[in-house]
Design a binder for this molecule. Structure first.
Ligand code: HEC
Ligand code: HEC
Ligand code: HEC
Ligand code: HEC
Ligand code: HEC
Length: 189
């Protein structure tokens, strides 16, 4: 009797559960799409900050702003304080710099929109690449030539693996490049 009741409930509900799960997955997949495989994805930012000007013309080192790239999982995006090292003096009258100073004074985040996003079920870490000598450019293209931050390369699974299996060809500037791992649990832990 009990078994039959459960059986009936399951028969009625299973298709609904499966449908809801599939719908939720597809929605999450497509909503997250732009950051996931968005080569060329270039969201409008709250401040017209330019890599071309700062990292290109002025040759400020990438790691002056992305301070954790060599030591942590995330490279990090700088907060207003880093910018104010210069902009408490430089271009104080520009609209964007007034906006920057207001954020700094109130202690509020600037609200940079994220350009790249590897989904949570895959593990990526900057330190394990940058500390092994990989250059930012191998994954992010020439940021020194970019005005509004954009995604240069795809980070779909096949693309991670493509470099992991052909390190010598993809990273010709490294002396003795080691291939990256290609077993599932290296990236899905
Ligand atoms: C003066 C500070 C500064 C310097 C120097 C700098 N950046 Fe940035 N970077 C930023 C800020 C601010 C953002 C967020 C706004 C944007 O995406 O344009 C950013 C965003 C990025 C992003 C996109 C982050 C995301 O949301 O996914 C990458 C990649 C990046 N920078 C790489 C570099 C590289 C490579 C260099 C050196 C060639 C560099 N940056 C130099 C400040 C800096
Ligand atoms: C090492 C010093 C330095 C740092 C750090 C720095 N800037 Fe600048 N920035 C400058 C200078 C100098 C100029 C003016 C360049 C020119 O006009 O030739 C400038 C120009 C700008 C402009 C253009 C202003 C205008 O409208 O003329 C913006 C916007 C800007 N910076 C935003 C930022 C942001 C945001 C950060 C932090 C992520 C930042 N800067 C970090 C030195 C710096
Ligand atoms: C092996 C490829 C690779 C290299 C080398 C690399 N990056 Fe990244 N970067 C990525 C990937 C993949 C993401 C997205 C990570 C995520 O969503 O968790 C990313 C995200 C970022 C972000 C935004 C999110 C964060 O981590 O804070 C910044 C800023 C960034 N990279 C800067 C740099 C800088 C600067 C360098 C060089 C010092 C560099 N990257 C070297 C692949 C790389
Ligand atoms: C341009 C080449 C390149 C790209 C793109 C790249 N990797 Fe790697 N990765 C390497 C190399 C080379 C190593 C091995 C470094 C060493 O041990 O000397 C490595 C090592 C790793 C490791 C092992 C180190 C650790 O922290 O456990 C993981 C995990 C990893 N990569 C994940 C990823 C993921 C996820 C992506 C895509 C989002 C990716 N990589 C994209 C070149 C790359
Ligand atoms: C070098 C890192 C890496 C390795 C090794 C790896 N994956 Fe992935 N995998 C990823 C990344 C990154 C994504 C997310 C891609 C995206 O943004 O769509 C992913 C996504 C997936 C997905 C979701 C569907 C898709 O294709 O996007 C499945 C399923 C998956 N991996 C299974 C596996 C299995 C099984 C293995 C072992 C044979 C494996 N992965 C090895 C990095 C890796």
């Amino acid at each position: 009797m009990v078994n039959r009741t459960i059986d009936t409930i399951m028969r009625a509900r299973l298709p609904i559960v499966v449908f809801v799960a599939l719908a939720a997955f597809s929605l999450a997949y497509y909503v997250g799409r732009a950051e996931r495989d968005g080569v060329g994805y270039q969201p409008e930012q709250p401040i017209a900050y330019s890599h071309e000007l700062h990292a290109g013309e002025m040759q400020i080192d990438c790691e002056y702003c992305h301070t954790e790239a060599r030591t942590s999982r995330r490279a990090t995006v700088p907060d207003a304080a880093t910018c104010m090292n210069c902009h408490s003096m430089a271009r104080k009258d520009a609209e964007d710099i007034k906006f920057l100073k207001a954020k700094f004074d109130k202690g509020e985040p600037i609200g940079w929109k994220r350009v790249h996003r590897v989904p949570d079920y895959a593990y990526f870490s900057h330190v394990s690449h940058v500390a092994k000598g990989l250059e930012c450019e191998s994954c992010h293209g020439v940021m020194e030539a970019v005005t509004v931050g954009r995604q240069a390369h795809s980070f779909a699974m096949g693309k991670c693996l493509d470099c992991h299996r052909h390190a010598e060809e993809k990273l010709p500037y490294l002396k003795n490049p080691k291939n990256g791992p290609d077993h599932c649990w290296a990236c899905h832990r």
